[in-house]
Design a protein around this ligand. Structure first.
Ligand SMILES: O=c1[nH]c(=O)n([C@H]2C[C@H](O)[C@@H](COP(=O)(O)O)O2)cc1CO
Length: 183
């Protein structure tokens, strides 16, 4: 279980995040190890909404890393519990502000929306206003019905919702990034 952070620990977290951002900026500039010349990808997946799909998030992030830098790689970490990165209110503000900044920096957004999550819903609402190319992935086999506020936001172009089964995930991502190459 993750504990609440002290002031110095929080400062260390910010320092680590800044380092990561700088590293990401430099790999984006060089395009090293990236498919679509250093694309920045924001991946959304449930954290406090429940971690049932974390192994699938890992698979998605691994595939996304062949196309660019995944700003939110931590979402797919099996070490991250449903308590999130930090339980204190100060930590929450850091997480929120950092993630909104990453959303703004991102070129494309991919969200796994099967496990309902307030945070993912919020991120997608912000992203619609930012007019970023967005792919939402939903598994009907879960027995859930996706929120109308996500399914109904599909405009067939900028914001797309795709039903899929787990075994197709890599192919669907390939298809999506191939269409980006053509646009
Ligand atoms: O610790 C966190 N770190 C973090 O980056 N997030 C962001 C990224 C995820 O796409 C999304 C998950 O939201 P939620 O925790 O409400 O399920 O919010 C959310 C939390 C915890 O809410």
């Amino acid at each position: 279980m993750m504990k609440t952070m002290s002031g110095p620990e929080e400062a260390q977290l910010i320092h680590k995040q800044r380092g990561k951002q700088q590293q990401q900026r430099s790999s984006v500039r060089t395009g090293r190890g990236t498919g679509l010349s250093g694309m920045k990808i924001y991946f959304c997946g449930s954290i406090r909404g429940g971690r049932d799909d974390v192994t699938l998030y890992r698979r998605i992030v691994e595939k996304l890393q062949s196309y660019g830098t995944v700003l939110t790689e931590h979402v797919s970490s099996t070490n991250l519990t449903d308590r999130g990165e930090d339980a204190s209110a100060a930590g929450d503000k850091l997480i929120h502000d950092r993630d909104v900044e990453w959303l703004q920096q991102s070129d494309v957004v991919v969200a796994e929306v099967t496990q309902p999550s307030l945070g993912v819903g919020y991120e997608l609402g912000r992203v619609v206003l930012m007019k970023k190319k967005t792919l939402c992935l939903f598994r009907p086999s879960s027995g859930r019905t996706l929120s109308a506020m996500i399914r109904g936001a599909d405009d067939g172009e900028q914001f797309v919702v795709r039903d899929y089964s787990e075994d197709e995930v890599e192919n669907i991502l390939e298809e999506f990034f191939n269409t980006l190459k053509r646009t």
